[in-house]
Design a protein around this ligand. Structure first.
Ligand code: NAP
Length: 474
């Protein structure tokens, strides 16, 4: 048997240390040998939760299945792992030394299969070294002092060429990004997140992560029938439901205003607002308020929602965050305010979608500048190409061709989650992100907007809004 014993002290509350370690998927963020980890059982982390962990082993890898056999909140975790060569029992104890100081004691006992004792003897020094490195990694992760995000040289180089930039949209781009990510250990307990479009695709994946991170979650969806299924699915996945469900058809500005009134009446300040709801409409249609629906849903709606919720975003001493989900499609378009609402005769769904997303990207930069003094970080992100119900319905041909390289919804949503959760994401505002790195907002010079168009955007939005056929302009 090989026994490793390590103790670390970290400047974090015992509860947040415990929650982070108990979700053993985080092992890839701190264990010196872990390459991949996933949760095999649905539901909240508890006794019986199982994880699959792939570890480096010489030139190859070794797959282990871990199970939590004992979980005493904030005190002790016991995990048993099984692999081809050995079983391992991890006993992890947590001791609160002060509000923000925790001692973690880690004992790992490896029992090798019969006949492998000589191998175990040979491997012992290497195992001990790895154990020390892993616990140092855990201490670093829980210290959570990552530097502010910036684009690596490689990323900047990739963004300089259309083909390499587009490759980053695929699941391979996600894998490449993942190699350099730092641990995301912030606990969102006590933070209030408002998320639109939470019942499907990227929004649902984001909702799962927000609940797992401990956030209080308000979701905005439009269909009461989908609310029931969504809550059921969230509960099955995380053991929690969204704390509040608000119903609103976000393509209708009167409904956006009514939603804001309800949120104001509730009076709960907002730490993170995620403007995610969206759709690509292949056919032209106007909303009941008399405006082309892409412009309404993808641009006027997040503009109105965010501006109206500003008092709730600046209602506390903490920094607040706004995250606008845009699209790589916006790289094809240039901001021209007069072209934001397409007419029926010239309508092209992808173009209308891309123009609205381009405008939302510019709006992100304008808000970031204007709201820096209010301590609100405003960033946009694009998810690359992810296989969601939205893509399946609106772009079946594109999906057929790209199916093998599409990201999962969780991979597409990762940067939304990171912008909402990571401590270092507070230190950057007005940027467009993909895979946790700020990216270029233009892949071609011809899409650079003229300064007059940029300066006009906010007035254009207010004028367009006041021209809508609303019953009650809130
Ligand atoms: N998937 C990708 O590859 C990709 C790429 C670039 C950008 N995006 C952006 O990512 C965001 C999420 O897209 P997704 O791919 O996850 O799409 P999705 O699977 O279709 O999910 C979109 C969500 O938005 C909601 N929504 C749509 N119209 C709404 C309305 N009028 N009022 C309220 N909610 C509405 C949907 O609700 P219902 O279920 O009721 O329709 C759903 O919850 C969108 O902003 C999209 O433009 C996605």
């Amino acid at each position: 048997m090989i026994t490793l014993t390590e103790t670390i002290e970290v400047p974090r509350s015992v509860a947040s240390c415990f929650r982070y370690v108990a979700d053993f998927r985080t092992t890839v963020e701190w264990d010196a040998t872990a390459l991949e980890a996933s949760k095999l059982t649905p539901g909240p982390i508890d006794e019986g939760s199982r994880f699959s962990v792939r570890c480096k082993a010489g030139r190859g890898h070794l797959d282990l299945t871990y199970e939590i056999t004992e979980l005493t909140p904030w005190q002790c975790l016991i995990l048993e792992g099984r692999g081809r060569w050995f079983t391992v029992k991890d006993v992890i104890t947590f001791e609160s030394l002060a509000d923000d100081l925790t001692r973690i004691h880690y004992v790992a006992e490896f029992t090798f299969r019969t006949g492998l004792q000589r191998l175990a003897k040979r491997l012992e020094p290497g195992f001990k070294k790895m154990g020390r490195a892993s616990l140092k990694g855990l201490a670093r992760a829980l210290t959570d002092d990552n530097p502010p995000p910036e684009a690596s040289r490689d990323t900047q180089k990739r963004d300089g060429r259309l083909t390499t930039a587009l490759t980053c949209f695929t699941r391979y781009g996600y894998r490449r990004g993942q190699n350099t990510w730092r641990p995301m250990t912030a606990d969102m307990t006590g933070k209030h997140v408002v998320l639109t479009g939470a019942n499907a695709g990227l929004g649902f994946a984001t909702a799962v992560s927000m609940l797992e991170a401990g956030a209080a979650l308000t979701v905005v969806i439009r269909d009461p029938a989908k609310a029931v299924a969504m809550q059921h699915a969230l509960k099955a996945e995380t053991g929690r439901e969204a704390d509040h469900v608000e119903l609103a058809d976000l393509s209708l500005l009167a409904e956006v205003s009514a939603l804001c009134e309800r949120l104001h009446a509730r009076g709960q300040s907002i730490d993170v607002l995620i403007n995610n709801a969206g759709a690509l409409f292949n056919d032209y249609a106007e909303t009941a308020e008399g405006i082309e629906r892409s412009a309404a849903l993808l641009l006027l709606s997040p503009w109105k929602l965010t501006e109206s919720l500003l008092p709730l975003l600046q209602d506390h001493a903490r920094a607040a965050r706004v995250i606008n989900v845009v699209s790589g499609g916006m790289y094809t378009q240039k901001l021209r305010c007069d072209e934001l609402i397409m007419t029926a005769d010239k309508y092209n769904g992808s173009v209308a979608y891309a123009r609205a997303k381009r405008a939302l990207t510019v709006l992100t930069e304008l808000w970031a500048e204007a709201w820096a003094e209010h301590n609100i970080a405003v960033n946009s992100m694009h998810p690359g190409w992810a296989d969601t119900p939205g893509v399946q319905t609106a772009l079946p041909g594109f999906r057929r061709v790209t199916k093998r390289v599409l990201r999962s919804p969780a991979e597409g949503a990762d940067t939304i989650v990171w912008l909402a959760r990571a401590t270092e994401a507070d230190h950057v505002s007005g940027k467009l992100f993909l895979d946790r790195e700020p990216r270029t907002t233009h892949l071609r010079n011809r899409t650079q907007e003229r300064p007059e168009e940029r300066a006009r955007l906010l007035d254009w939005l207010a004028e367009t809004y006041s021209g809508l056929n609303l019953n009650d302009k809130g």
